[in-house]
Design a protein around this ligand. Structure first.
Ligand SMILES: [Zn+2]
Length: 327
């Protein structure tokens, strides 16, 4: 009896590993920076984030390498609606009757309206990325309303043999979910960016950075006690999940206080951008300097999460939520 159970456990854990595929979007020609994560289920492929629309074909190519077809994607769980995560959602949702894929798109309540009508999202992204929108993200399109399913905090979706639970995890964005099934978490951006064998870093971006929420979200993820953590930037983390989260948490605190002190002493956004880039790059270099394709890790981190965005995000956060601490 005892032996049989041990065999069963081994088989289960083996099959769980084999059921997940990291699809590399190869965004802007870089491998290993933006992933779509595919889970094999009895009800087709469940995708966690899609990558941007500009890399849709690359995701499909990787899916085919894993033995599947675009039409096998039945469920798309979005961590949040930033274009590097959800930009291709409308391509997966396009109605099957018109030759599309017809997948169901799951999203946080505050993200749904922007998927259905991305006009405001495009406007606010254009303020950040300007003329670079098309090159970075491709074509932005609406997700048909009938394909969108809103998930509240703690709501579950049966995707046999799994039950996928949405966990509301604001901080990076107010409308952010991580997803939990079995012993796995898909962490979105609130669980950090970790490229190659580099350190975990928190992507501070405008306009919804909220430090206290971020720390609470890290506690929520830690409490899930999962053995495996999958990141959109990038892939399954090696080493214990708790170590990753500890180092991420330390950096959320350290970086936000670093910004607070410099804003308080009168640094402008331009100075903050260059000083912060130097800080971040030194922390990445301190861990290791090269990955397998010999591009420097700093370049890859900058491609996945441009450091300049942290300055504007932090100024906004401190002035809005703690004005007395930076005046
Ligand atoms: Zn991202």
């Amino acid at each position: 009896m005892r032996v049989q159970r041990a065999v069963l456990v081994t088989r289960q854990s083996l099959s769980v590993t084999a059921l997940i595929h990291i699809l590399d979007t190869r965004h802007l020609g870089h491998s290993g920076i933006v992933a779509a994560t595919a889970l094999e289920t009895k009800d087709g492929i469940a995708l966690f984030d899609t990558g941007p629309e500009s890399t849709f074909e690359n995701v499909i190519a990787d899916l085919q390498k894993a033995g599947f077809d675009a039409k096998d994607v039945r469920h798309v769980f979005l961590s949040h609606i930033h274009f590097d995560h959800a930009g291709a959602a409308w391509r997966f949702a396009a109605p099957a009757r018109n030759g599309g894929i017809g997948a169901k798109i799951y999203v946080h309540p505050r993200g749904a309206a922007h998927l259905i009508d991305p006009t405001k999202l495009v406007e606010s992204a254009t303020r950040i990325f300007g003329d670079d929108m098309e090159r970075l993200w491709g074509t932005i399109g609406p997700v048909p309303k009938e394909r969108v399913r809103i998930l509240e905090d703690n709501e579950t979706v049966r995707v046999p043999p799994f039950e996928v639970r949405a966990v509301a995890t604001p901080g990076h964005a107010s409308h952010h979910h991580v997803y939990h099934w079995d012993d796995n978490v898909f962490g979105g951006d609130v669980a950090g960016v970790r490229i190659g064998n580099g350190p975990p870093i928190p992507p501070f971006v405008p306009p919804e950075l909220h430090v206290e929420s971020w720390l609470e979200s890290i506690h929520k993820i830690r409490a899930l006690n999962a053995a495996s953590l999958y990141l959109p930037h990038f892939g399954k983390i090696t080493g214990p999940v708790s170590d990753h989260l500890d180092r991420l948490e330390e950096r959320v605190v350290k970086w936000s206080e670093w910004f607070r002190d410099r804003i308080q002493s009168g640094a402008n956004e331009e100075q903050l951008r260059s000083d912060f880039a130097a800080l971040e790059h030194s922390e990445i270099d301190a861990v290791t300097s090269l990955v397998t394709d010999h591009e420097s890790l700093v370049t890859l981190y900058e491609a996945a999460d441009p450091s300049y965005m942290a300055a504007g995000a932090s100024i906004r956060y401190w002035k809005k939520y703690h004005p007395q601490e930076v005046s």
